[in-house]
Design a binder for this molecule. Structure first.
Ligand code: ADP
Ligand code: MG
Length: 397
């Protein structure tokens, strides 16, 4: 696994790379949870970025998709929890309910021997339940900005005991409407003793500046732009003269292959819905997920079915582009390519396969104009894509 990190800190010698979890000075019942979860040794990012969190430094952590950032901030923040104090000591924000729930499950599981309460605070959960849980002093709150702000505003969730504040998918969280919401949350007031940690696979310069203005003397673990992509994912493209040919093209691929668990990304929910309809009509068993107006209950059901493998092909908007970890996914389609301004999402989308060193394949269906965009994205991140061969055997392993 690539691990060519640039570690910048005021004193680099203070944070040597840790080869084992045992060397990190973690509480015994946290270590037990880590091993019980199935982690044997730290991944590259974990070996450099957990220790600064444990020792109470702010962290800006960048590492490729699927390399264990959740474990990094999860273990880091768990190490700073005092189970005997009934106050919210860690807050983790993510941009979608799906990712918040996934983070919640990982943190709860790794911390399961610590006798702590971890709460999922997202819009899909009845507000009064969240309010009660946070008033009772949940040790850790994992959620999305909307619900968390709401709970903080009403005083149900208090920040005065906070020791760690984490933004997952930080570059997304520091942009546009999320930036505003996160700003409102931060304005409520993080206590002096609260450390801040930002994690993402991508960290564009314009966001990095904002991040730097919030972080206090951070330990920065970053990747060079050319190292952001994942070597384990083979990237193919197919060009079609007209957008309307993409459907046939996709069906041809489906017929030529035994399709593994995969995600098909579109740029809009309308296109996701239309594709779902068209593929279903042709007899392919596929599911679809997107944000509003799809209800929370429906989203959760479709996500759960996909995680269980009950549905094997899921059409999705960028709702699932970032963070979602389903290890069995080994194929990602781009039915549309994201615009160049949104190039990070290309990297995040294809990063839904090839998790934790596994092999993966990405196939993008492109009009000539989209092919130009993919070429531009490729030269930005220094990767090459190959035309999908006519004989698909061997393309997908
Ligand atoms: P990222 O947030 O960097 O994209 P995740 O935190 O979602 O990646 O982790 C990707 C996958 O790798 C998950 O399935 C996770 O369980 C697994 N993983 C993470 N750290 C380790 C480890 N130290 N040992 C084994 N598996 C790990
Ligand atoms: Mg992640």
């Amino acid at each position: 696994m690539a691990s060519d990190f640039v570690v910048e800190t005021s004193n680099a010698a203070e944070f040597p790379r840790q080869a084992t979890f045992d060397d990190m000075g973690l509480p015994e019942n946290l270590l037990r949870g880590i091993y019980a979860y199935g982690f044997e040794k730290p991944s590259a990012i974990q070996s450099v970025a957990i220790l600064p969190l444990v020792r109470g430094r702010d962290v800006l952590g960048q590492a490729q998709s699927g390399t264990g950032k959740t474990g990094t901030f999860g273990i880091g923040l768990l190490s700073r929890i005092d189970p005997t104090i009934r106050a919210t000591q860690a807050l983790v924000l993510a941009h979608t309910h799906e990712l918040a729930e996934q983070n919640f499950n990982v943190i709860r599981e790794i911390g399961k021997f610590m006798k702590i309460n971890v709460v999922l605070a997202v819009g899909g959960i009845p507000r009064h339940i969240n309010a009660r849980e946070t008033r009772n002093g949940a040790h850790i709150v994992v959620g999305t900005p909307g619900r968390v702000y709401d709970l903080a505003q009403s005083g149900d969730l208090r920040f005065n005991g906070l020791r760690t504040f984490v933004l997952d998918e930080a570059d997304e969280m520091l942009r546009d409407r999320f930036a505003e919401q996160v700003g409102e949350i931060v304005k409520i007031g993080l206590p002096e003793s609260c450390r801040v940690a930002f994690f993402s696979a991508t960290m564009p310069d314009e966001v990095r500046e904002l991040a730097d203005s919030i972080l206090h003397d951070p330990v920065r673990v970053t990747l060079k732009t050319a190292d952001v992509k994942l070597e384990g994912i083979r990237q193919f493209y197919v060009t079609v003269d007209e957008d309307s040919w993409k459907l046939d093209c996709l069906c041809d691929i489906f017929e030529g292959l035994s399709i593994p668990q995969s995600i098909i990304f579109t740029n809009t929910k309308e296109r996701a819905e239309r594709l779902h309809h068209a593929l279903t009509e042709r007899g392919f068993p596929v599911s679809v997920i997107y944000g509003e107006p799809m209800t929370q209950t429906e989203r959760k059901k479709r996500m759960d079915d996909f995680r269980r493998g009950t549905t094997r092909v899921l059409i999705a908007t960028n709702l699932l582009a970032r963070g979602i970890d389903v290890q069995q996914v080994s194929l990602v389609f781009n039915f549309d390519i994201p615009p160049f301004e949104d190039k990070e999402n290309y990297i995040h989308r294809i990063g839904r396969c090839g998790r934790f060193g596994r092999k993966g394949t990405a196939i993008s269906l492109l009009t000539p104009a989209e092919k130009d965009v993919l070429d531009q994205i490729g030269s930005h991140y220094d990767f090459k894509t190959i035309a999908l061969p006519g004989d698909l055997k061997g393309v997908i392993e």
